[in-house]
Design a protein around this ligand. Structure first.
Ligand code: HXC
Length: 510
């Protein structure tokens, strides 16, 4: 009996050894942790329950029958993050380069199916040379099966991808369909075709890092949501994010203990908006002053900085924040910021996370480049996303809310539940100067008259009261009491019921 038990332990040791000491050392030398070390760091201590430790591939081509390592290059199973269940797969680059075989893909599919059945997030740690070259189409079929599950799971359970090594070719499309992608600086990359192919086809010379590194994807392409210094930091941040999210679309986000008075008054907010309407201020200051304990988890911090997206908690409950940032491009809407915010709004809506929108928007960014690249369709994404969202929606206008952008930013017209405005708000078709130059064109050469017209327009529209008269703004509030008002608003909306008419699905302008 003892021998049999020992056999199990021996086999487990073989599986745990991965690709062997030499390859593990090579992995560490690149500043990367092993697949198992990553899982241990991601999950609560001792909570990991492994599946399929002894799975081996069935390939007999190219001498592969001689090399059948346990686990087949991916570690799968479930565990907990701060006590809540998650499913995880972690590709093991030390075993056949973490390449994806038929059986490797089956292991991933198994935990994805269980995650959907049991209502828990899937976290995928990617570190792989891609399709197992020796397996040909069997490997591609495996990828296809994972892709289909990514699609089925979208909106059912949160899916998070952590890129911690190579992720190239068609392999990028599995993370691309998940909700969040995190990368590690200098040790991860994603691209559809690598630098060599790019050089051959387009004659462009780039390094892997330039083409698909963490900086490229967080600052230029927006494929990734955040980049971290190393594996340890990335995994710690995934744990932090999971704490904000519900386990599935069948339940509400977790409620955490909070130590911050919901009615906390912030007198400093009364002077946040500068006297000069063209002087910027930092909208993040408002966000952190509203949040429980000032805790803000920002998504896509380095992309389209004129729009801020991320999670806070109010009274311990997760709230998604979308806010214009007057410090960058005056907080205007453009292609990138609209796309960024639209995707975030849709994530929140499918997982029942209420939305807080903070508005200071002078309009859409004018320009040939914007028009040629389809700002009409991209701007419409955000409009559409807000209009279809049925979660509780609370909006606070701090200063400018001009033109179409006023409507887009979770206005009353898009079924927002509470629309508050600070006394500093200006809700109008456009800024007073621009408006005057159009409606008083005949006086354009008379600066004195123009100034008088501008003053007149400002007096009439550069305030929240016309909108408040119409009921488009529910209440004009003191900036210092914003946390209290917003917290109470969300509390009143906890049992909100709102539905869209039946349809197979909508046709958001992609
Ligand atoms: C089988 C692979 C492999 C693969 C790496 N290995 N990629 N085995 N299939 N795709 C093995 C190597 O043979 C090696 O084995 C070990 O993994 C480590 O690889 P190295 O090359 O030594 O590591 P490194 O120098 O760090 O380079 C990593 C790499 C390189 C850049 C990823 O391995 C590489 O270019 N691999 C091939 C990538 C590729 O073309 N994949 C197919 C893409 S198409 P030993 O035994 O020596 O340790 C694709 C389509 C997906 O993925 C389609 C989805 C629909």
């Amino acid at each position: 009996m003892k021998d049999i038990l020992q056999t199990l332990e021996d086999r487990r040791d073989m599986a745990r050894a991965g690709g062997g000491e030499h390859r593990v050392a090579a992995q560490h030398a690149k500043g990367k942790l092993t697949a198992r070390e990553r899982v241990e760091l991601l999950l609560d201590e001792g909570s990991f329950e492994e599946f399929d430790m002894f799975v081996a591939h069935r390939c007999v081509d190219f001498g592969m029958q001689e090399e059948r390592p346990y686990g087949d290059g991916v570690i799968t199973g479930w565990g907990t993050i701060n006590g809540r269940m998650v499913y995880v797969f972690s590709q093991d680059f030390t075993v056949l380069g973490g390449s994806v075989s038929e059986t490797h893909a089956k292991k991933i599919c198994k935990i994805m199916d269980m995650a959907m059945q049991n209502g828990a997030p899937v976290i995928g740690i990617n570190d792989s040379g891609g399709a197992r070259i020796q397996e040909g189409v069997d490997s591609l079929a495996g990828y296809g099966d994972v892709f289909q599950r990514n699609i089925m799971a979208s909106g059912v359970v949160p899916q998070i991808s952590v890129i911690m090594g190579p992720c190239a070719g068609g392999a990028v499309y599995s993370p691309a369909m998940t909700d969040f992608i995190f990368m590690v600086k200098d040790s991860s990359y994603m691209f559809v075709t690598g630098p060599d192919v790019v050089k051959t086809v387009t004659n462009e010379q780039v390094t892997a890092e330039e083409l698909g590194g963490a900086s490229t994807h967080t600052k230029k392409s927006s494929v990734a949501d955040a980049a971290f210094e190393n594996d340890v930091e990335a995994l710690a941040e995934v744990r932090r994010l999971v704490d904000f999210l519900p386990s599935s679309n069948r339940e509400k986000p977790p409620v955490r203990p909070f130590f911050d008075e919901p009615g906390r008054i912030e007198p400093s907010l009364d002077t946040l908006v500068p006297d000069n309407p063209n002087t910027p201020y930092d909208m993040k200051e408002l966000i952190t002053k509203l949040a429980d304990e000032g805790d803000f988890y920002e998504i896509q911090e380095d992309f389209a900085k004129n729009m801020i997206t991320g999670f806070i908690r109010l009274e311990g409950q997760t709230v998604g924040v979308v806010a214009n940032q007057p410090m960058v491009l005056a907080g205007c809407l453009d292609i990138d910021s609209s796309r960024k915010a639209a995707r975030f709004v849709r994530f929140c809506d499918c997982f029942e996370i209420p939305l807080l929108t903070l508005v200071d928007v002078p309009g859409f960014l004018p320009g040939v480049t914007q028009e040629y690249n389809g700002v009409i369709k991209h701007g419409a994404k955000l409009l559409f996303a807000y209009g279809e969202a049925t979660v509780p929606k609370v909006t606070v206008i701090t200063r400018k809310a001009y033109g179409g952008a006023y409507v887009v930013m979770a206005s009353k017209h898009l079924r927002a539940d509470f629309n508050y405005a600070w006394p500093t708000s200006e809700i109008a078709v456009m800024g007073a100067k621009g408006a005057t130059e159009i409606i008083h064109r005949k006086d354009r050469d008379d600066p004195e008259k123009l100034a008088a017209h501008t003053k007149d327009y400002e007096d009439r529209f550069a305030n929240p009261f016309v909108a408040a008269e119409r009921g488009f703004v529910d209440e004009v509030i003191m900036p210092q009491s914003t946390r209290k008002r917003v917290s109470r608003a969300f509390a009143s909306l906890r049992d909100k019921q709102s539905e869209m008419p039946w349809k197979k699905h909508d046709n958001i302008p992609l």
